[in-house]
Ligand binder design. Sequence first.
Ligand SMILES: [Zn+2]
Length: 126
Amino acid sequence: MSARRGEAWSHVLINAERALAVSSLGELVALLPDEHAVTEVLNEHLAQGSAVLVPEKGRWRLRYESSSVSAQAAFTLAKLVILDDGFARVKQCARCRQPFVDQTSARTGKRCAEHLRSPGENRRYP
Ligand SMILES: [Zn+2]
């Protein structure tokens, strides 16, 4: 993976996390692991806007246009799902139930950023 791709991937993860936080889309996490149900909700939001292919700095980009915050968030989340081949990174924190995007390389994260343990913390108590 090139540095450029790595940086782009980081942005996809961060933007997807923000999308879950700033919109009603966080509620769809409760539908998981039923990916078809989640997809149906995402598609309803995506239908509130339109995608346009545009040239940008010598590359091609798919730009999504909508006045709906949840539709824009759905597009951001859809990019994560496409690039990561599924919803495995979209999770609910084991401690506070808030939706979050698992940014671990092995997709093994179980807690939101706020509830991640520090390395030296006692692990006996969740
Ligand atoms: Zn949490």
